[in-house]
Design a binder for this molecule. Structure first.
Ligand code: KIV
Length: 293
C-alpha cells in the first residue's frame, strides 16, 4: 500500500531530536563506563582490579568491558611469537599490536608495554614513550624497573605519560639474571622491592605491577602504597591480578607456570572444532546450499 500522507516537517524534527538525544546519552553512558586512572585508583582496598593481556582487536573486543585493564604485553613474543623470551620485541611491533587492541577497545583501560632497550636512558625513554603514547590510544604504559630507574619514571610522568612500574621478576632481565627468578626470597630483596615501589609512587607512577614476588612481600608492598598493585605470580593480596590470555584459556601449553590457572582447555576446544571443519570439507558437507551463492 502506498503512503499518501503529506510529509510532516514537525514530526521529522521531533524524530531528529530524539535520535540526537539518544546518541548523546549513549556517548555519556560510554564515557561513564570507560575505565580511567581514577577508576583504578578508587578500587584500591575496595574492589579487585582484573587485567588480562590481548594483542589484537579480535581478542580485545571479547575482553573489552569485562575486565578493567587490557595489557598489550611484550609477552606476545613468547605466547604468539613462539620465542623463549620477550627481549626481541621492537617498538614498532608493540605499536602495531597496541593500535589493533585500541581499535577493539572502548571501555577497558589499555596499558601498553615498552619493549626491552627502548627506555635505557631518560632521553631514550622520553623519545620512545612519547612516540608510543602519541601513535596509540593507550591509557598508560608499563616499564620494567628497579630503584635505579626512578629518574626515568619521574621524567616520563613529568611529561604527562601515565606509567605503571613493573617490579620483581622482570622478563626483560632474564638473560642478565640467568632465568626467570622469583623475588622477595630474602631480606635484601624484600627491602629493595618495598623501597623501590615507594620510590616509584613518589616519582609519579600510578600503579605497580608485581610479578613473581613472594606473596607475603607483595602484601607488604600493597599495604605500604597508596597506589594500586596488580600481581602476577605474587599471591592474592595485590589490589588486582593479570594473566596472559593464552595461558588463562589453555591455548599455550608448552609449559604451565605455577601461578597460572587455566579456565578452559582452549587448545582442545579449537582442535575439536578444526577436526569437524576438516572432516566436513573432506566429505563434501561444507559448504551446503545455504552457504553457497
Ligand atoms: O608482557 C606481559 O604480558 C607482562 C605480564 C606478564 C605482566 O608484562
Amino acid at each position: 500500500m502506498q503512503n499518501d500522507l503529506p510529509h510532516n516537517p514537525y514530526k521529522s524534527n521531533i524524530m531528529l531530536q530524539f535520535c540526537l538525544q539518544y546518541m548523546v546519552k549513549e556517548r555519556f553512558n560510554m564515557l561513564d563506563k570507560k575505565v580511567t586512572l581514577n577508576t583504578l585508583r578508587a578500587k584500591k582496598g575496595k574492589e579487585k582490579i582484573v587485567a588480562i593481556t590481548a594483542y589484537d582487536a579480535l581478542m580485545a573486543k571479547i575482553f573489552d568491558g569485562e575486565v578493567d585493564v587490557i595489557l598489550v604485553g611484550d609477552s606476545l613474543k613468547m605466547s604468539f611469537g613462539g620465542e623463549s623470551e620477550t627481549l626481541r620485541a621492537s617498538l614498532d611491533e608493540m605499536i602495531y599490536h597496541t593500535k589493533a587492541v585500541c581499535r577493539g577497545t572502548q571501555y577497558s583501560f589499555v596499558l601498553g608495554d615498552m619493549p626491552f632497550g627502548t627506555y635505557a636512558t631518560k632521553k631514550m625513554a622520553l623519545k620512545n614513550a612519547l612516540k608510543y603514547y602519541k601513535e596509540c590510544n593507550v591509557d598508560a604504559i608499563k616499564i620494567e624497573v628497579d630503584s635505579k630507574k626512578v629518574g626515568i619514571v619521574k621524567a616520563l610522568c613529568e611529561e604527562g605519560i601515565a606509567v605503571m612500574a613493573h617490579i620483581g621478576l622482570k622478563p626483560q632481565f632474564m638473560r642478565f639474571e640467568g632465568g626467570f627468578k622469583v623475588k622477595g626470597k630474602n631480606a635484601i630483596e624484600e627491602q629493595e622491592l618495598i623501597e623501590s615501589s615507594l620510590a616509584m609512587q613518589e616519582a609519579g607512577a600510578f600503579g605497580i605491577l608485581c610479578e613473581g614476588i613472594k606473596a607475603n612481600v607483595a602484601q607488604k608492598i600493597t599495604e605500604s602504597l597508596q597506589i594500586p598493585t596488580i600481581g602476577i605470580g605474587a599471591g592474592v593480596h595485590c589490589d588486582g591480578q593479570v594473566l596472559v590470555w593464552s595461558d588463562t584459556f589453555g591455548f599455550f601449553d608448552s609449559f604451565k607456570p605455577k601461578f597460572v590457572r587455566r579456565y578452559c582447555n582452549g587448545k582442545d576446544i579449537l582442535k575439536n572444532a578444526l577436526h569437524s571443519y576438516v572432516s566436513d570439507v573432506k566429505n563434501g558437507l561444507f559448504p551446503n546450499d545455504n552457504e553457497s551463492y
